[in-house]
Design a protein around this ligand. Structure first.
Ligand SMILES: Nc1nc2c(ncn2[C@@H]2O[C@H](COP(=O)(O)OP(=O)(O)O)[C@@H](O)[C@H]2O)c(=O)[nH]1
Ligand SMILES: [Mg+2]
Length: 658
């Protein structure tokens, strides 16, 4: 008896027409998969058929019976796209035939590598013919996806070999790993849809990724119509929940019947982004003719079929047996896929094995960069993506996003990783300092962030050079100098890192290079010193900036920059009313005020003025300055000491982050 944690598996038939696939499925499962009257009348399978196979010691296996007709290879691929195991049927009286080869080749392209071979109709042949068929079949299998698979002679007429076949299938099922994903978003490529009176639309397919529960929201792709799961069935049995790896019938609510058709995909909302361009790992069959550089093909992916063009990456054309990377452009409607999805390419003429199947492979990138196919960087990324390791997948995508960075949502749609998995990978990459994350959760490669930092430092150095008297620059203006694709959160992160490293200082007034020493040109230095000297001389009765400029023969427009420069150096203090005092004079006064107020609790304004000993024009701003510094507190017409600790305005550094 199997436990519910064992993976569910789906088995598909394969083989030439009339080789006994449907009869064998019926013998194994009791279900007749030729349901259509036409199928019954003509004795051939036209549509995919479905059945349930119960074997000892393994969870119920979903069975897909495929048509063997040469013209129905697309249907075979649609069925085989969702399977984990294959039952290849070769009729003992007929031997290996064109679709035996083509179906086997398709299994290889789709990565279906576990299964059993049934030598069917063995009641119809003598031992010698059986041996011949078996020999032919063995030759075909050597080096193929099913190399080493068990073969079992069977007859549905006599029932011989059926028990052995069940044993073989159970063994393979017990040891096989699922071929299709059992993590990531729940999705189902629709292979059938129909209306049920009173229930609305029903679709069927092989569920992969994650489980589906009644009530779940689903999105139909491409197109993004939203709906909800009203009911579920697996093999005709109603269920509240279907596991990935099961055949699943979904009764849908909220999606028009007319929108539902084979080839479209139902998926967890927002989990997939339909695309018209894919970068792939491709195998060109030995039996396919040389072609290229661009080949018109039919792309079979999931249960969908699209006209497309395919071109190799890093080589000029396709040759028989060629393996490498390629780019596929769909010529019409996009498709929703994820990395790791398998596909088949078919041409429009028969090839050496009699079918039209040319090539197939695995999707590596559903959002390829706009780079040229000859770009070596592209090849390098694809080699990394081909390893199909979550960390490498994320690194390639984050690195490629450059200074723009990549959002979690996009990373999830591009990698197909489950959210927990993606978070774990991102956390590990942050820990190893390969990437960094902004406050808004965008990921940037450390190298891209370093590039932003370098630009900020260069811009800041330029600002200091252009305006040597201005000690601080507005962060917004500084970030404005970055390329357009740098988001504000990425710029903020870069500034934060520069500040943490001590490369820049950030305070309420702005940003400056930490190592920026105002190495002023001689003329400016001289002007600064003259202003400082004049203010020192004026003590508590400084001239207005305008008068100061006139007295010193300086440009009135330049005087504030000079004053601000002296203020940053702590040599002058700015009081309300645009009055600038010599810092030493204010310090002396400050001590007198403190001493006075520490003797008495308060001071009335007239007495305060006397204590300051300066005219009203200076006295009031000075009182306000001390209030602002936190030394004193105004109480109507009185001032009181605020009490320590107080901080002097000139040294107040804002902790405010950008
Ligand atoms: N003698 C004999 N005939 C068989 C056996 N299995 C299938 N057939 C016949 O072969 C024909 C094709 O079988 P079918 O299952 O429809 O083949 P499919 O096209 O591969 O699905 C039918 O007429 C079957 O009755 C068998 O074990 N012995
Ligand atoms: Mg059939």
């Amino acid at each position: 008896v199997s436990s519910s944690t064992e993976p569910r598996l789906i088995l598909g038939t394969a083989g030439h027409i009339d080789h006994g696939k449907t009869a064998l499925v019926r013998a194994l499962t009791g279900s007749d998969t030729d349901r259509l009257p036409e199928e019954k009348a003509r004795g051939i399978s036209i549509e995919l058929g479905f059945a349930a196979l119960d074997l000892p010691g393994v969870p119920r296996i979903g069975v897909i019976d495929v048509p063997g007709h040469e013209r129905l290879v697309r249907s075979m691929v649609a069925g085989a796209s969702g399977i984990d195991l294959v039952l290849l049927c070769v009729a003992a009286d007929d031997g290996v035939m064109p679709q035996t080869r083509e179906h086997l080749a398709i299994c290889g392209l789709l990565g279906v590598e576990r299964g059993v071979v049934a030598l069917t109709k063995c009641d119809a042949v003598d031992a010698e013919t059986l041996e011949l068929a078996r020999h032919e079949m063995r030759e075909l299998l050597a080096g193929s996806a099913l190399d080493g698979a068990a073969d079992v002679p069977v007859s549905v007429r006599t029932g011989s070999g059926l028990a052995a076949l069940r044993t073989c299938l159970a063994e393979v099922a017990r040891s096989a790993q699922p071929r299709t994903p059992r993590s990531g978003p729940a999705r189902l490529a629709i292979d059938r849809c129909f209306a049920v009176r009173g229930a609305g639309s029903v679709v069927t397919g092989s569920l992969i990724g994650a489980a589906l529960t009644v009530g779940d929201a689903l999105e139909l792709l491409p197109g993004r119509e939203r709906g909800r799961v009203r009911g579920l069935q697996s093999h005709g049995v109603p269920a509240r929940r279907c596991e990935p790896g099961t055949r699943c019938a979904i009764n849908l609510q909220g999606i028009e019947r007319s929108a539902l058709e084979r080839g479209r995909v139902l998926a967890a909302p927002g989990a997939l982004e339909p695309s018209a361009v894919f970068d792939v790992r491709l195998a060109w069959l030995e039996t396919s003719p040389a072609a290229g550089p661009v080949v018109a093909v039919s792309l079979l992916l999931g249960t969908a079929e699209r006209r497309a063009r395919v071109a190799p990456i890093g080589s000029a054309s396709f040759a028989p047996g060629w393996c490498g990377f390629a780019r596929i452009h769909l010529t019409a409607e996009p498709l929703a896929a994820l990395p790791g999805d398998r596909f088949v390419l078919r041409g429009f003429a028969r090839t050496a094995h009699g079918g039209a199947t040319l090539a197939g492979g695995e999707i590596l990138d559903v959002a390829p960069p706009r780079r040229r196919r000859s770009d070596p960087g592209l090849l390098c990324d694809l080699e990394r993506l081909a390893r199909r390791d979550p960390r490498g997948d994320v690194v390639v995508r984050v690195t490629r996003s450059g200074m723009a960075g990549e959002s979690r949502a996009l990373l999830r749609r591009q990698t197909g990783l489950a959210p927990e998995m993606l978070e774990a990978v991102l956390a590990a990459l942050v820990r190893d300092a390969e990437i960094a994350q902004t406050a808004r959760g965008r990921s940037l490669a450390t190298s891209s962030l370093a590039a932003i930092e370098a630009r900020l430092l260069a811009a800041l150095a330029g600002d200091h050079r252009d305006d040597p008297l201005c000690g601080r620059f507005a962060p917004a203006a500084l970030c404005g100098s970055l390329p357009d694709n740098v988001r504000p959160d990425a710029a903020a992160l870069a500034l934060e890192r520069l500040a943490r490293r001590g490369a820049i200082v950030v305070d309420a007034e702005g940003v400056a290079l930490a190592r920026h020493r105002t190495a002023l040109p001689a003329a400016l230095r001289e002007a600064v010193e003259r202003v400082a000297a004049r203010l020192a001389q004026a003590g508590l009765e400084p001239p207005s900036p305008r008068d100061l400029a006139t007295q010193l023969g300086l440009e009135p427009r330049a005087i504030h920059a000079l004053l601000a420069h002296l203020a940053r150096a702590g040599r002058v203090l700015r009081a309300p009313g645009d009055l600038w005092f010599d810092a030493t004079a204010v310090a002396t006064l400050r001590e007198r005020v403190r001493a006075h107020l520490s003797q008495r609790a308060q001071i009335a304004t007239p007495d305060y003025k006397k204590l300051i000993g300066a005219p009203r024009r200076s006295a009031v701003p000075l009182m306000e300055l001390f209030d602002a510094e936190g030394l004193t507190r105004r109480d109507g017409n009185l001032r009181r000491l605020r009490g320590p600790p107080h901080r002097v305005a000139a040294t107040v550094q804002s902790e405010r982050q950008l």
